[in-house]
Design a protein around this ligand. Structure first.
Ligand code: KG4
Length: 355
């Protein structure tokens, strides 16, 4: 049984093909057009998706070694994300599925990130393309229930995953997401976009204890990152008054201290969730899960608190169609198909799979 999956929620156009839940191909076209603006420009993103979607889908089908008539279903990201970007993927998926006379499966993008831990590859490459030579979760998959820290450019959530389809958001950010905070601080420092990978690289050469930034005091499992962003900005302004080249002189220490603050905030709430629920299987997902400091914090917690951790392969941290495909596969097994009139959605309610 072959599924084609399509992801177009933000600035990556991605298509994947799975056979019986095993990934055969995963092709992603990233959009460089946003770099000069220091952030994603929605209108440019949808136009780039329109240009990319046909060649990306074509490449995914060819790399899988099949023809389009072999496909049994088309899974697509229905939301949340940028409406214009989503509409390109949703409309393409509907037209493609309809022309082939096969069912469509709508997938929640966040659910896809959380289920990325179930992606299985034709050729296992977990060690080969892992820069740290780490083992990560290898072929081990979480069992239900598990907790997932979902951290991306638009979301920071602690999710209790009861089954493939049943997910509870225990806490989430009340303002900025962790990735958004990193990107904004990186912009303030005059670094490129997206800031996450740049901050990560600089942080490896800096002292995480060099500077102290404010940490929020929010009740429960919710997060807040806007205060940190402001504190970072105000501190920098003061320091630059004394030394106009302060950023250049201290960029590694600034990056390391910022990263440590964000990782500390994320891990504190996660520890609380583990303690309160008693669930010690803990996964991390989303673009920020590529961060070395966060990955190391997970390993430390695994050792210190005996957590069983699940860290995704780098290529499945940022947006990709493979995670949409695996989620689509589980929905296919449940015969949970979408109708042609299902609209895209930019935001979602706390019920992650709400229609
Ligand atoms: O999941 P994702 O690709 O897109 C969303 O759906 O939001 O996440 C993108 C976010 C950006 O904020 C980016 O700066 C951040 O993930 N990111 C990182 C790293 N790589 C990407 N943040 C910290 N360290 C990284 N290595």
């Amino acid at each position: 049984m072959y599924i084609l999956a399509i992801e177009s929620s933000c600035d990556d156009t991605s298509a994947a093909v799975l056979r019986d839940g095993i990934l055969l191909s995963n092709v992603t076209a990233s959009q460089a057009v946003h770099e000069e603006y220091g952030g994603v420009v929605p209108e440019l993103a949808s136009r780039a998706h329109q240009q990319n979607i046909v060649p990306v889908v074509d490449a995914a089908i060819k790399r899988a070694g099949i023809v389009k008539e072999d496909l049994d279903a088309v899974a697509f990201t229905r939301g949340p994300g940028l409406m214009g970007s989503l509409l390109v993927g949703v409309s393409f998926a509907k037209g493609f599925a309809r022309s082939l006379g096969i069912p469509m499966i709508d997938v929640n993008h966040l659910q896809g990130h959380v289920l990325a831990h179930f992606i299985r590859e034709n050729k296992p490459t977990r060690l080969a393309d892992s820069p740290c030579g780490e083992l990560d979760a290898e072929d081990d998959v979480p069992t239900f229930p598990y907790l997932c820290l979902l951290v991306s450019g638009g979301n920071s959530q602690i999710v209790k995953v009861n089954s493939y389809q049943d997910m509870e958001i225990l806490g989430q950010t009340i303002d900025d997401a962790a990735g958004e905070a990193i990107d904004k601080c990186s912009k303030v420092m005059g670094l490129g976009y997206p800031g996450g990978p740049i901050i990560d690289k600089l942080a490896r050469q800096g002292n995480p204890e060099a500077f102290e930034f404010s940490k929020p005091d929010i009740a429960g499992y919710d997060y807040s990152f806007s205060g940190l962003k402001t504190s970072f900005l105000y501190h920098l302004r003061d320091w630059i008054k004394d030394d106009p080249d302060f950023i250049e002189h201290h960029k590694e220490d600034l990056a390391a201290s910022l990263e440590k603050t964000i990782v500390d905030i994320l891990m504190k709430k996660l520890r609380k969730a583990v303690k309160d629920t008693g669930i010690k299987q803990v996964a991390v997902a989303g673009g920020v899960s590529a961060n070395s400091g966060l990955r190391n914090a997970f390993r430390d917690h695994a050792k210190r608190y005996h957590w069983k951790i699940f860290i995704p392969k780098f290529s499945y941290t940022t947006d990709n169609a493979a995670m949409i495909g695996i989620t689509g596969y589980f929905k296919y097994l449940d015969k949970d198909f979408a109708s042609i009139d299902l609209p895209a959605y930019a935001r979602i309610s706390p019920n992650m799979d709400k229609k």
